[in-house]
Design a protein around this ligand. Structure first.
Ligand code: FES
Length: 85
């Protein structure tokens, strides 16, 4: 903090590599012939509603069914020749 900047004017410092907060809007982008890219304040849960830590702010979710690291995309959609717009 600089001496001339009042403490009340400071924005919270956020680690850009940390997962986004829940107040951030979620966007889901459909990649042609590939995964779903999820960004924003999402929470990823497994089939028993337990949280999955994706370890990153943006995650690629498999929609072809060929990934060996489901629910994440591992690039297998290319070998599987997955086609979907
Ligand atoms: S979408 Fe990439 S491995 Fe399934």
């Amino acid at each position: 903090m600089s001496p001339e900047q009042p403490a009340g004017d400071l924005e919270p410092v956020r680690d850009p590599s940390a997962a986004p907060g829940p107040a951030e809007p979620v966007t889901i982008t459909v990649c042609p012939d590939g995964p779903l890219l999820v960004r924003g304040g999402y929470e990823l849960l497994d089939g028993d509603d337990r949280p999955i830590d994706p370890g990153r702010a943006t995650v690629a979710l498999c929609r072809c069914g060929a990934s060996s690291i489901k629910p994440f995309c591992d690039g297998s959609h290319k070998r599987a020749r997955f086609r979907a717009r």
